[in-house]
Design a protein around this ligand. Structure first.
Ligand code: 5RP
Length: 258
C-alpha cells in the first residue's frame, strides 16, 4: 500500500495538472511533489496528445523532464509561460509562501513570475515524534506525533526551518549580521547532509541561509527588505504570486485555496 503522504502529494499534483495545464509552455518547480506533476504531464502527453514544452527550475526538474521524455525548453527561448506548477514548504491563508526547502528558490521565483498562472501543490506530513518520559526517568510513556500541515493560518506556524535566503558565498556572514540588525531573528548557514561536512551549494553556486523569524510580519516588506541587502540573491518568500494551491490531505481529499 502506498504511503498516505505520497498519495496526498500525487492527488494534489494530478488535480493541479488536470485543472490548469493545456498545451503550451509550462514551468516545472522542484521537490518531491513536483515529481507527480511531471508524471501526470507525461501521461497526458501520451494519452491525450497534449503538446507541452517544459522549462525546469533546477537540475532535479531538468532530469525529471528528460526521464519522462518531455520536451525541454528554457527561458531564453520561452520567457512567457502558460502556467508554473511548484511545491511549497508552507502557505498562509493569503497564499503567501515559504519556498526553498530544496534550495531552488531563485529559479522557482523566476518561473513563477514568468507564468500567467502560478499553481502550488503540497501535502501534509507527520514531521516528527519524540518520546514523553516520566519526568526525567527513562521510562517512555508515549509518543507524540505532530502533523505538519503546509496549509497554515500564519507563516512559520508549521515550517520550523525559517525562510531560505540564497546568498553570494563570500557575503554570507555580512548578510547574516545585517538581517539580525534590521529584522531580528537568527540565521543559520545550511549545511549539507547529516555529517554537515560543508555548506549546501545551490545550482547557481551560492549558499543558503535559513532565517528564523519571530511573529507575523508584513511579508511584502520583509521580502523587499531582504532582497535590498547586498549579497542576497533572492529569498524564499513568495508574496502575491500564487493563483491557487492544492493540498493533499490525510483523509485522501484535496483541499483547494485560492
Ligand atoms: C524547493 C522547493 C520545494 O518546492 C519545496 O521545498 C517543497 O518540496 P516538497 O514538494 O519536496 O515538499 O521550494 O526549493
Amino acid at each position: 500500500m502506498e504511503n498516505p503522504v505520497e498519495n496526498a502529494k500525487r492527488l494534489a499534483a494530478f488535480k493541479a495538472v488536470d485543472n490548469h495545464v493545456v498545451s503550451g509552455v509550462i514551468g516545472i518547480g522542484s521537490g518531491s511533489t513536483v515529481v507527480y506533476a511531471v508524471e501526470r504531464l507525461a501521461q497526458r502527453v501520451k494519452e491525450e496528445g497534449l503538446e507541452v514544452i517544459c522549462v525546469p527550475s533546477s537540475f532535479q526538474a531538468k532530469q525529471l523532464i528528460i526521464q519522462h521524455g518531455l520536451k525541454l525548453g528554457d527561458l531564453e527561448m520561452h520567457p512567457e509561460l502558460k502556467v508554473t506548477i511548484d511545491g511549497a514548504d508552507e502557505s498562509d491563508q493569503q497564499l503567501t509562501l515559504i519556498k526553498g526547502g530544496g534550495g531552488c528558490l531563485t529559479q522557482e521565483k523566476i518561473l513563477a513570475s514568468c507564468a500567467e498562472e502560478f499553481i502550488v501543490i503540497a501535502d501534509y506530513r507527520q514531521a516528527f515524534s519524540f518520546p514523553l518520559t516520566n519526568c526525567g526517568q527513562s521510562k517512555i510513556l508515549g509518543r507524540l506525533y505532530k502533523t505538519y500541515r503546509k496549509a497554515s493560518e500564519n507563516l512559520g506556524e508549521q515550517w520550523s526551518k525559517g525562510i531560505p535566503i540564497e546568498v553570494i558565498p563570500s557575503a554570507y556572514r555580512a548578510v547574516y549580521q545585517r538581517i539580525e540588525k534590521t529584522l531580528g531573528g537568527k540565521s543559520e548557514l545550511r549545511m549539507s547532509g547529516s555529517s554537515k561536512a560543508g555548506p549546501v551549494v545551490t545550482d547557481n553556486g551560492n549558499f543558503i541561509l535559513d532565517w528564523n523569524f519571530q511573529g507575523v510580519m508584513n511579508w511584502k516588506e520583509v521580502e523587499v527588505t531582504l532582497n535590498m541587502i547586498p549579497g542576497v540573491v533572492e529569498n524564499g518568500l513568495f508574496v502575491g504570486m500564487a493563483r491557487k494551491a492544492y493540498f493533499g490531505m490525510s483523509d485522501g481529499t484535496v483541499m483547494e485555496r485560492a
